[in-house]
Design a binder for this molecule. Structure first.
Ligand SMILES: O=C(CO)COP(=O)(O)O
Length: 253
């Protein structure tokens, strides 16, 4: 089917210099990581560590920022612009993470504007979408992710540089992973949505990755689902078990 497996390691707001060095050492020392043509690995440290990690991380792994400002830089204290990331040679950015949607009140529209701007500057974007527990329990999961997707599709015409990360909020950092069937159901539905609202080619080629309590213990079964094209890993990306998660890509033929 030709969708290259994709694993992102989202370090979130974790790590100080010594810890960052240790994680990079573990990543650099990992043997038998499938080659780039089979597995795309993107590590996302906090902004302040991007230059250090860029200069010390193995060449077959790539880098993502965890956020970017919604438009050109300027008088926006505390923000980081897409131009700065491009200047530093950072190819990817994570946008729309639920922690930012919920804690920093980023709306669907705002996230969509950020995605469009980042793409316009040449960044590739990991777009996060996902429902809360309350929304799932009231049967709204698919409606919520479709709305999140619709906002983005209203502002984006080229999907070639987008990876979609389905991250149910109730599974993030809770140890309560979605079952493989739950993940597959939403991923298949997202692909159906893309097919009818964008086009069949985008539906077939966009990678849809799962995030939320992925560990070395559950990654193989999740990776075995036909519409799960990889993972966005939080907590476990700070640990040596991340290497086992990378190897879950081997279940894809
Ligand atoms: O939010 C996540 C990745 O972006 C998932 O976090 P956890 O893997 O810690 O649940």
């Amino acid at each position: 089917m030709g969708r290259n497996f994709f694993v992102g390691g989202n370090w979130k707001c974790n790590g100080i210099t010594e810890e960052v060095k240790k994680i990079v050492n573990v990543l650099n020392a990992a043997a038998d990581v499938p080659p780039k043509e089979k597995l795309e690995v993107v590590i996302s440290p906090p902004f302040v560590f991007l230059p250090h990690v860029k200069s010390s991380l193995r060449q077959d792994f790539s880098l993502a920022a965890q956020n970017a400002w919604v438009r050109k830089g300027g008088a926006f204290t505390g923000e980081i612009s897409a131009e700065m990331l491009v200047d530093l040679g950072i190819p990817w950015v994570i946008l729309g993470h639920s922690e930012r949607r919920l804690l920093l009140k980023e709306s669907n529209e705002f996230v969509a504007e950020k995605v469009a701007y980042a793409l316009s500057q040449g960044l590739k974007v990991i777009v996060c979408i996902g429902e809360t527990l309350e929304q799932r329990e009231s049967g709204q999961a698919l409606i919520v992710v479709a709305e999140q997707l619709k906002a983005i599709s209203g502002k984006v015409s080229d999907w070639g540089n987008i990876v979609l990360a389905y991250e149910p909020v109730w599974a993030i950092g809770t140890g309560k992973v979605a079952t493989p069937a739950q993940a597959q159901e939403v991923h298949a539905d997202l692909r159906k949505w893309l097919k009818s609202h964008i086009n069949p080619k985008v539906a077939e080629t966009v990678r849809i990755i799962y995030g939320g309590s992925v560990t070395s213990a559950n990654c193989i079964e999740l990776a075995g689902q036909p519409d799960v094209d990889g993972f966005l890993v939080g907590g476990a990306s700070l640990k040596p078990e991340f290497i086992d998660i990378l190897k879950a890509s081997l279940v894809k033929k």
